[in-house]
Design a protein around this ligand. Structure first.
Ligand code: ADP
Length: 281
């Protein structure tokens, strides 16, 4: 601040300029943490790959017992790094607003059923190939069913279908990943007077209360080792949140440790009135 002082020495005023530096400091701290997280997250798979490659180089390549599994690990780590970079690029596009959002009116009822049909198909194929790991996520060893509780009403909602599908896929994949014994996944869709609410419940590990508030943060995992083992990047929910917010919606979670979790997405919705002006006469 500065004092306004007359030549006589008399102080006639006081000008104070307040800058809110807390917000600025917070952003700067978050940016630093993010860079440090990214570096760490990329160093981990690289260090692990380096030791496997060194071992192969030192002669393990000739050992038919270990060589294939060492190569498999390096391939999985490479795949995970590629997924992570792709996730980081998506996030950075969403952050900078350069991610193109193609809004369309979609019948959400039909679209949600379509997304779930794909998962049902995956369960079927996985069960037919028991023993073989059908995907990175290794769904094959789990027995799970998807129950649908979906309104029969057509709900026309404005969304970017591709991006929205990524969000629902991510939540469904998590429901499977974090449910060690399989179980039932319940997919619900209902409408209130101005929102549609979609939810996915699982009977898996659940999320401890102390972690609930952070679960949508970048790189936040309840159990880093488990997430990595499952091929996770720790960015899926952060991306989901950005996407849902870009669609003017909200995403949240309710969970009980040891019993399961429910993820909710709500989107703005304007019901189309039956009848309306056209049929009035
Ligand atoms: P990732 O699964 O790649 O680690 P996400 O951003 O998708 O990253 O999820 C962040 C964390 O949230 C996970 O590591 C896990 O600890 C927790 N999580 C997400 N979905 C579930 C779920 N359905 N049940 C229990 N924990 C979950």
């Amino acid at each position: 601040f500065s004092l306004i002082q007359r030549e006589t020495g008399f102080i006639s005023g006081l000008v104070t300029v307040l800058h809110d530096v807390t917000e600025q400091q917070k952003n700067e701290r978050e940016r630093r943490e993010f860079v440090s997280n990214v570096s760490h997250e990329l160093r981990t798979p690289l260090t692990s790959m380096r030791s496997y490659i060194e071992a192969l180089n030192d002669g393990a390549w000739q050992d038919p017992e270990v060589a294939p599994s060492f190569l498999k690990v390096t391939q999985e780590e490479t795949d995970r790094m590629i997924r992570m970079i792709n996730d980081l690029l998506s996030l950075s596009r969403l952050d900078s607003g350069t991610s193109k959002i193609d809004m369309e009116y979609i019948n959400l009822n039909e679209f949600f059923n379509y997304i779930l049909d794909r998962f049902d198909m995956m369960i079927k194929t996985d069960n037919e190939h028991t023993g073989e790991a059908a995907s990175v996520l290794d769904h094959s060893k789990k027995q799970y069913t998807i129950k649908r509780e979906i309104t029969k009403r057509d709900l026309w909602v404005e969304i970017d279908p591709d991006k929205f599908m990524q969000v629902v896929d991510n939540i469904l994949n998590n429901a499977i990943k974090y449910s060690p014994d399989g179980g039932t996944i319940t997919a619900r869709l209902l409408d209130t007077h101005n929102h549609v609410i979609l939810s996915i419940s699982d009977q898996g590990l659940g999320i401890p209360r102390k972690d609930l508030a952070n679960i949508f943060d970048r790189f936040y995992r309840v159990d880093k080792a488990r997430s990595r083992k499952q091929g996770g990047t720790g960015l899926g929910l952060a991306i989901s949140k950005e996407v849902v917010e870009a669609l003017h919606g909200r995403i949240w979670v309710d969970s009980q440790e040891g019993h399961g979790s429910t993820f909710y997405i709500s989107l703005p919705y304007e019901p189309i009135e039956d009848g309306g002006d056209w049929d009035e006469s």
